[in-house]
Design a protein. Structure first.
Length: 84
Protein backbone atom coordinates (compact mmCIF):
# COMPACT_ATOMS: atom_id res chain seq x y z
CA UNK A 1 0.00 0.00 0.00
CA UNK A 2 2.87 2.36 0.78
CA UNK A 3 4.40 1.73 -2.64
CA UNK A 4 1.08 2.49 -4.28
CA UNK A 5 0.77 5.72 -2.32
CA UNK A 6 4.28 6.74 -3.27
CA UNK A 7 3.69 5.83 -6.90
CA UNK A 8 0.46 7.81 -7.06
CA UNK A 9 1.92 10.85 -5.35
CA UNK A 10 4.92 10.82 -7.70
CA UNK A 11 2.67 10.80 -10.77
CA UNK A 12 0.80 13.87 -9.47
CA UNK A 13 -2.53 12.41 -10.45
CA UNK A 14 -5.30 14.93 -10.82
CA UNK A 15 -8.31 13.98 -8.72
CA UNK A 16 -11.59 15.84 -9.29
CA UNK A 17 -9.76 18.70 -10.96
CA UNK A 18 -7.43 19.29 -8.00
CA UNK A 19 -3.84 18.18 -7.57
CA UNK A 20 -2.81 15.94 -4.72
CA UNK A 21 -2.10 17.61 -1.42
CA UNK A 22 0.47 16.27 1.00
CA UNK A 23 -0.34 12.83 2.38
CA UNK A 24 0.19 14.16 5.91
CA UNK A 25 -3.05 16.14 5.55
CA UNK A 26 -5.00 12.88 5.11
CA UNK A 27 -5.91 10.36 7.77
CA UNK A 28 -4.65 6.83 7.16
CA UNK A 29 -8.14 5.66 6.19
CA UNK A 30 -8.50 8.55 3.72
CA UNK A 31 -5.12 7.66 2.21
CA UNK A 32 -6.20 4.04 1.72
CA UNK A 33 -9.55 4.96 0.18
CA UNK A 34 -8.01 7.58 -2.10
CA UNK A 35 -5.24 5.23 -3.18
CA UNK A 36 -7.64 2.37 -3.91
CA UNK A 37 -9.94 4.64 -5.89
CA UNK A 38 -7.13 6.05 -8.00
CA UNK A 39 -5.51 2.65 -8.52
CA UNK A 40 -8.83 1.26 -9.75
CA UNK A 41 -9.11 4.18 -12.17
CA UNK A 42 -5.57 3.61 -13.45
CA UNK A 43 -6.15 -0.12 -13.88
CA UNK A 44 -9.44 0.38 -15.71
CA UNK A 45 -7.81 2.91 -18.05
CA UNK A 46 -4.98 0.46 -18.82
CA UNK A 47 -7.47 -2.34 -19.48
CA UNK A 48 -9.51 -0.10 -21.76
CA UNK A 49 -6.39 0.81 -23.74
CA UNK A 50 -5.43 -2.86 -24.06
CA UNK A 51 -8.93 -3.75 -25.26
CA UNK A 52 -8.84 -0.96 -27.84
CA UNK A 53 -5.44 -2.16 -29.08
CA UNK A 54 -6.73 -5.72 -29.30
CA UNK A 55 -9.78 -4.60 -31.30
CA UNK A 56 -7.59 -2.58 -33.64
CA UNK A 57 -5.23 -5.52 -34.11
CA UNK A 58 -8.16 -7.84 -34.78
CA UNK A 59 -9.52 -5.42 -37.37
CA UNK A 60 -6.12 -5.27 -39.11
CA UNK A 61 -5.93 -9.06 -39.22
CA UNK A 62 -9.41 -9.31 -40.72
CA UNK A 63 -8.50 -6.75 -43.37
CA UNK A 64 -5.31 -8.67 -44.20
CA UNK A 65 -7.27 -11.91 -44.54
CA UNK A 66 -9.81 -10.25 -46.82
CA UNK A 67 -7.08 -8.89 -49.09
CA UNK A 68 -5.32 -12.28 -49.19
CA UNK A 69 -8.56 -14.02 -50.15
CA UNK A 70 -9.32 -11.40 -52.81
CA UNK A 71 -5.83 -11.80 -54.26
CA UNK A 72 -6.19 -15.58 -54.37
CA UNK A 73 -9.54 -15.28 -56.14
CA UNK A 74 -8.07 -12.82 -58.63
CA UNK A 75 -5.05 -15.08 -59.25
CA UNK A 76 -7.30 -18.09 -59.69
CA UNK A 77 -9.39 -16.25 -62.30
CA UNK A 78 -6.23 -15.16 -64.11
CA UNK A 79 -4.88 -18.71 -64.24
CA UNK A 80 -8.19 -19.96 -65.65
CA UNK A 81 -8.07 -17.35 -68.42
CA UNK A 82 -4.51 -18.25 -69.40
CA UNK A 83 -5.22 -22.00 -69.54
CA UNK A 84 -8.20 -21.54 -71.85
Amino acid sequence: MENACACLSLQKIVCHGKKWTKWSNFTLNQQKVTTKTNLMALISNKLRKKQNKAKLHEKKLKNQLVTIIKNKIKNHKNTKKTTI
